[in-house]
Design a binder for this molecule. Structure first.
Ligand SMILES: *[C@@H]1O[C@H](CO)[C@@H](O)[C@H](O)[C@H]1NC(C)=O
Ligand SMILES: *[C@@H]1O[C@H](CO)[C@@H](O)[C@H](O)[C@H]1NC(C)=O
Ligand SMILES: *[C@@H]1O[C@H](CO)[C@@H](O)[C@H](O)[C@H]1NC(C)=O
Ligand SMILES: *[C@@H]1O[C@H](CO)[C@@H](O)[C@H](O)[C@H]1NC(C)=O
Ligand SMILES: *[C@@H]1O[C@H](CO)[C@@H](O)[C@H](O)[C@H]1NC(C)=O
Ligand SMILES: *[C@@H]1O[C@H](CO)[C@@H](O)[C@H](O)[C@H]1NC(C)=O
Ligand SMILES: *[C@@H]1O[C@H](CO)[C@@H](O)[C@H](O)[C@H]1NC(C)=O
Ligand SMILES: *[C@@H]1O[C@H](CO)[C@@H](O)[C@H](O)[C@H]1NC(C)=O
Ligand SMILES: *[C@@H]1O[C@H](CO)[C@@H](O)[C@H](O)[C@H]1NC(C)=O
Length: 885
């Protein structure tokens, strides 16, 4: 922008130079029509805070002169530059008032900078105010001025208090320390989102968290120029390094102090780890993909370039949620008010594209707002004090690939065989602790507990963080790490730290080193029964040389501890026909109408079959006699010598009371699982680790013995995958004890009536449960050698195994009826109100149909998630079955 000036103005210029030199060194703060500032002269504000003049930051031999404003304090701290991109190459510059504007030109009249041309004014004055603001006034006869232009409206890289923040100010960094030309970084307010924004060219580099953060507050204080605060020496600079810095010069100090800056660490940078990448400032490798996600471009990711981020490991979003604590990330665009926390989850599940949700409680009106992300998650930071609970939708199979794997801990995968508890992983690797509140994973050693920062399942390696003291430096760890951690020889872990010097630790307060630890490939998984080995094809649960039970590979296969599979051995190759394709449990998500249609079909087939049986039974009624069920049981028991201490004749083993006392820790309350029909149920553990459910029949109840014998005899003869398996029994004095297989998922009612657990129960699973119960019941009624009427079918008597397969339990009330008979009667009506068929409840007549009635109630409860007897959905409707859809 070169303006050729008229000869007359050159004359004026020379005049003003002469005039101003006459002023000598006496400080002044204005330029008038008659004065100017030449290189070497300065304006000084009234109270000597700011100075305007020519300066040259360049250390190179090329002369570069700029007009700027700086603090009068040493060292020179420039807060504004006029000709930032157009320096003068000699010291002939003059700043003077031209025809209605302020301009900077050299001796040849070449213009280097000027303010916008105003209407032609006769009397213009320029003043350097004590706030650091350079103001162009139009002065009338009375000496009153109208502001025509001010440097506070045209800032360069520095925010000073007194600047009016109307949301349109833009600050541009210098190019380098000695070049004030506009650089890469731009700081401005994002008016829509009410946030501050720093961009590197056009790419977002940092973004404030909504209206929070020190710098946001400062910039939005809106201090006016007549406020006393403007006289404190404070400034905010968009530094050429990309940092937004808050500097303060404290009274009596010579140097400025950097008291605040953003982004304050790597993780604060906008989307530093890319989409779905989580940033942890404490970790040497700051970024990791959220569990269930993998790097989009692994080569880049492994090379430390995280911008591409991560993507879902499987295409399905699933219906499970990864629960993360203390997380911060970019908010989604929209949110809405909800009444109930679980509504948010429902809302997310309803939308096929929903990636995650969180619930925010407003501090003022306690209103809950639900935030759901349809977009990819960005700028994820973990372990933030002001972070919140985040639920990311991920299929459970993506985060715990085997049923034996431990659940994730925060953003950490815990791959098999690593173990955070006695019920997952491999017991040998149980050296980890998960803090549920913080999502922090620790490695527990006799030498102390250490935070795990990173786990790499592929390479069987994880990193722990350790305070760097003199005793524990990287080289010490390298040579004797196992000794420092006090890992003994039998430990499956081994320190392999390599001392790299490239650890750029962001946080100057922390001096930590990261130590790498490998784990040995595990032996075959432990097991209790062959069912435990289902996930490891070609293996069988068998006793090893050391007496443990493990899923040993079948002959022609050998265990591959790295791949965690049985692979064909060197000698034997299986033919293809043997190599059945891996059939993964496929949980179909069946929508309600389809599920209902299928159920109706099953029910009608069931009813048709029982009807046919009944018809035939009626036809032969003459030949039948009612079988005394009580006597039947007695006969059965006598034939099986149950009375004897040793249960010869019965398929199930007898356990002595002492071993049961030991297994349940003297029936301690910690081991209590709940109460069954006739007494409490405990969890027991036998030496060797086998877990078992132990039902202790109440010794006070007179009916106990009867039910006990009944149950042992009946269940011992029943074998079906949908019936709970009896593993043993014990009688000693008054004590009558039954030992069942232990089902970790407890009973169905604990799932379907629980707010959070019920959410995990998708339609496919519910359908399978209903189907399983129906199969179990059909077996009892029809397919077993005995005909059994359960009489107490209800959701709390349906137990669930690891794969959510239902198993009918509690046969204390069950009655056996003779082969072809389909009903019986009793004087003593027992059962559970709400599940009992009317004819049984009123007349004591029980039949397969009364079980089917109960089954119907159970089915309605499974579908609706409502308790039959607690159904208050519609007024005047006493129960679920009375409710008309
Ligand atoms: C011009 O402004 C000065 C003060 O800056 C004032 O003294 C003078 O009277 C003004 N002249 C005219 C013509 O307005
Ligand atoms: C600061 O003042 C300006 C001008 O008066 C106004 O537009 C802006 O909204 C104010 N900002 C805040 C945060 O109050
Ligand atoms: C800013 O962006 C440029 C590329 O446009 C890049 O080379 C540079 O490293 C970035 N600066 C920072 C501090 O990230
Ligand atoms: C100049 O600074 C003073 C305080 O030193 C302030 O009161 C005044 O408002 C400022 N003038 C303008 C035009 O902003
Ligand atoms: C920019 O940051 C660097 C490093 O923090 C600092 O030395 C320098 O003084 C800063 N520049 C300005 C203009 O504050
Ligand atoms: C991720 O997907 C790949 C195949 O796409 C699979 O091999 C791998 O086991 C999956 N990882 C997890 C943790 O599910
Ligand atoms: C390590 O963590 C475990 C589990 O939280 C705790 O019981 C134990 O006391 C801790 N040990 C040390 C040395 O802090
Ligand atoms: C640990 O690693 C060192 C060297 O890498 C090796 O000599 C040692 O045998 C390993 N210890 C175990 C228990 O694997
Ligand atoms: C279990 O191991 C024994 C020898 O240890 C072997 O004889 C037996 O066949 C194995 N059983 C199965 C089912 O593999």
């Amino acid at each position: 922008m070169m303006i050729r000036t008229s000869r007359w103005s050159v004359v004026l210029h020379i005049l003003s130079v002469i005039l101003s030199s006459l002023h000598g060194c006496s400080a002044r703060d204005t330029i008038t029509m008659k004065s100017s500032v030449v290189d070497g002269q300065t304006l000084v504000s009234a109270e000597n805070r700011f100075e305007l003049g020519f300066f040259g930051p360049s250390r190179s031999s090329n002369v570069k002169r700029y007009v700027g404003i700086w603090y009068t304090s040493n060292p020179q701290t420039v807060v504004w530059v006029a000709n930032r991109a157009t320096p003068l190459s000699d010291k002939s510059g003059v700043l003077h008032i031209a025809n209605g504007y302020l301009k900077l030109s050299d001796k040849k009249g070449k213009v280097y900078w000027c303010t916008e041309q105003q209407n032609k004014r006769s009397n213009i004055t320029v003043k350097l105010n004590d706030t650091g603001n350079l103001i162009l006034y139009d002065v009338d006869v009375d000496g009153l001025g109208i502001k025509l232009w001010q440097s506070f409206e045209h800032p360069t890289d520095t925010f000073l208090f007194g600047m009016k923040n109307d949301g349109n100010l833009v600050f541009t960094s210098w190019t380098s320390e000695d070049d004030p030309a506009p650089g890469n970084f731009i700081f401005k307010q994002d008016p829509q989102a009410n946030r501050l924004l720093v961009t590197n060219k056009s790419i977002i580099y940092w973004r404030s968290w909504r209206e929070s953060g020190k710098i946001f507050e400062l910039v939005n204080l809106n201090i006016t120029e007549d406020d006393t605060r403007v006289h404190k020496n404070e400034r905010i600079v968009m530094n050429f390094t990309g940092d937004l810095q808050y500097w303060q010069l404290f009274r009596g100090m010579k140097d400025w102090s950097l008291t605040w800056w953003e982004p304050k660490d790597r993780c604060s940078k906008y989307n530093y780890c890319g989409t779905f990448g989580s940033c942890n400032i404490n970790s040497k490798l700051p970024c990791k993909c959220l569990p269930g996600f993998k790097p989009k471009v692994s080569e880049q990711w492994n090379a430390g370039e995280f911008v591409d981020g991560c993507s879902r490991n499987s295409t399905s979003y699933g219906t499970d949620f990864l629960s993360l604590k203390r997380m911060k990330l970019e908010y989604p665009e929209s949110s809405f008010i909800i009444n109930n926390v679980k509504d948010c989850r429902q809302e997310c599940l309803r939308n096929n594209q929903c990636q995650a949700y969180t619930v925010n409680a407003s501090k003022t009106d306690r209103q809950l707002s639900c935030l759901t992300w349809i977009e990819e998650l960005k700028s994820i930071q973990e372990d933030q004090d002001d972070g919140y609970d985040l639920y990311v939708r991920v299929p459970v199979s993506d985060i715990a690939p085997t049923s034996r794997s431990c659940l994730t801990c925060g953003t950490n995968l815990v791959p098999y065989p690593l173990s955070t508890g006695p019920n997952c992983g491999d017991p040998v690797y149980y050296s980890f602790d998960c803090d549920m509140d913080t999502g922090q994973l620790s490695f527990m050693t006799p030498g102390g507990n250490y935070t795990v920062t990173h786990v790499n399942p592929k390479e069987s390696i994880f990193d722990i963080e350790m305070e760097a003291k003199e005793a524990v430096n990287c080289h010490a760890m390298h040579s004797s790490g196992s000794k420092i951690l006090q890992l003994n020889r039998s430990s499956p872990f081994n320190v392999t730290s390599s001392c790299s010097s490239d650890f750029t630790n962001d946080s100057p307060l922390k001096s930590t080193i990261e130590v790498k630890i490998t784990w040995k490939p595990p032996l075959e998984p432990t097991c209790n029964s062959s069912a435990d080995c289902k996930e490891w094809p070609h293996s069988t649960c068998n006793i090893t040389g050391t007496g443990q039970k493990r899923c040993l590979c079948n002959s022609a296969f050998r265990w591959d501890g790295l791949g965690l599979t049985c692979t064909p051995g060197a000698t034997g190759q299986l033919r293809d026909s043997f190599n059945k394709s891996k059939t993964l449990p496929l949980y179909l998500i069946v929508s309600l109408p389809i599920a209902m249609a299928l159920l109706c079909a099953i029910l009608s087939i069931y009813l048709w079959r029982t009807k046919m049986v009944k018809k035939r039974a009626k036809q032969r009624k003459a030949h039948l006699h009612r079988y005394d069920t009580e006597r039947g049981v007695k006969e059965l028991m006598e034939s099986s010598h149950l009375e004897g201490k040793d249960g010869t004749g019965i398929d199930v083993p007898f356990f002595d009371f002492e071993s049961i006392l030991a297994a349940t820790d003297n029936f301690s309350d910690e081991n209590k699982l709940g109460r069954g029909g006739f007494g409490p149920v405990y969890k027991g553990k036998f030496p060797g680790g086998q877990e078992i459910a132990i039902k202790r029949l109440a010794s006070v109840s007179g009916q106990g013995l009867e039910e006990f014998k009944n149950e042992v005899v009946l269940i011992a003869k029943l074998q079906h995958r949908n019936l709970v398996r009896l593993l043993g029994y014990c009688i000693k004095g008054e004590e009558k004890i039954l030992l069942y297989e232990y089902l970790p998922n407890k009973s169905l009612d604990s799932f379907i009536f629980d707010e959070s657990l019920s959410q995990q129960l998708e339609w496919g699973t519910r359908f399978n449960i209903i189907l399983g119960v129906a199969r179990g019941l059909l077996y009892l009624h029809q397919d077993s050698r005995l005909r059994i009427i359960h009489r107490d079918l209800k959701t709390s008597n349906i137990l669930l195994d690891e794969e959510m397969n239902p198993k009918i339990s509690d046969f204390g009330l069950a009655r056996m009826i003779q082969g072809k008979q389909t009903e019986g009667s009793t004087l003593r009506v027992v059962g559970t109100y709400g599940y009992m068929a009317p004819e049984y409840a009123i007349d004591g007549v029980f039949s397969v149909k009364s079980d089917v009635f109960s089954f119907g109630v159970v089915m309605l409860e499974i579908i609706s998630g409502k308790k039959n007897m607690r159904f208050y959905y519609v007024e005047n409707t006493p129960s679920l079955i009375a409710y008309q859809f």
